[in-house]
Ligand binder design. Sequence first.
Ligand code: NAD
Length: 359
Amino acid sequence: MTVFSHPEFDGHERVVFVQEAASGLKAIIAVHDTTLGPALGGCRLWPYAGDEEALTDVLRLSRGMTYKSALAGLSLGGGKSVILGDARALRREPRRAEALFRAFGRAVEGLGGLYTAAEDVGTSVPDLELVGRETGHVAGVAKGQVGDPSPYTAYGVFRGLQAAVTHRLGRNDLKGLRVAVQGLGHVGQGLCEHLAEAGAKLIVADLEQARVEAAVARFGAEPADPAAILAADCDVLAPCALGGILNDETIGALRAKVVAGAANNQLAEPRHGELLRRRGVLYAPDYLINAGGIIVIAYEAGRRGPRFERAAAMAHIDRIHETALEIFGRAEREGIATSTAADRLAEERFKRPGRARAA
Ligand code: NAD
């Protein structure tokens, strides 16, 4: 296994391999870039097929956090951690789970604040509370504070979607627009609430029928087959389920003029950003518009008083709208994909921070 010459290494500042025999902890903490501030990122617990797969995942995710936080205008760097293990098996052994998360906490503490851990796939608030017994560098666990960040993510997606509609369709309202929402989970449901309130007509799909029925009853949504939602007859497509859904096949079948949703890594490959542009579809980069969750977690982690400043965090999330318009304008002027314009803006902020601050 290579590290420095790994294809995803991308100049990571620090990569820490952690092992603790008693609990069986095996983890990797990756800190990509701390130019803008200490790294904040989730701790993922996943049954990786091997060390190589875990390393690839943590490097890719950690780099992604640098870009996400930079575009969100946060004074944070990018980092992520992965614990190699099976969450379900671990839940059956609570004592080992406690020892493992505490050992992980000591490793985070050893980085002296360079990295702050948060919840991610496979980990939950109680796990992070165990991590927090060993280190103060853990976010999103304070009771009565943020709780589930999904409503904030949904609000940010809504603001990004509004910006995309303004840019592509020349409208400042959503009244009567047909918006297809793929996935009615934590974020998808919250997004539907904002969209329905703004007068959009919803078309919805989920693998869980009960969620679809609830959206039909609550918002008068039109149900769609999950296999057909991406090609639905709509103005806007909001992918809120899985990544990799924008590929050669699905892009060819899109009828929407705007794609704006919460799902991470929607482009199957970077080149699909350009394919969308050529087809006249305005893509709102996922990592820009789904940053509401990381923004509130950052506010909670950095709070000065006993409660986090919700109004300030919401105002910060609102800025997603402005950043999205900046990116769409730049992409159009330069004749590049919106995903490329987003990457360039993020890089200007963390690779040349003096310039970004002056701007
Ligand atoms: P979730 O697990 O609560 O919901 C996902 C929903 O998608 C589920 O209801 C599931 O049944 C449905 N689904 C899965 N496959 C589907 C398919 N093929 N067709 C239709 N529906 C399908 O997840 P979530 O927290 O709402 O997150 C949604 C997406 O947004 C994920 O990609 C996630 O990584 C991303 N995201 C979430 C947050 C957050 O704050 N929760 C923040 C940033 C990004």
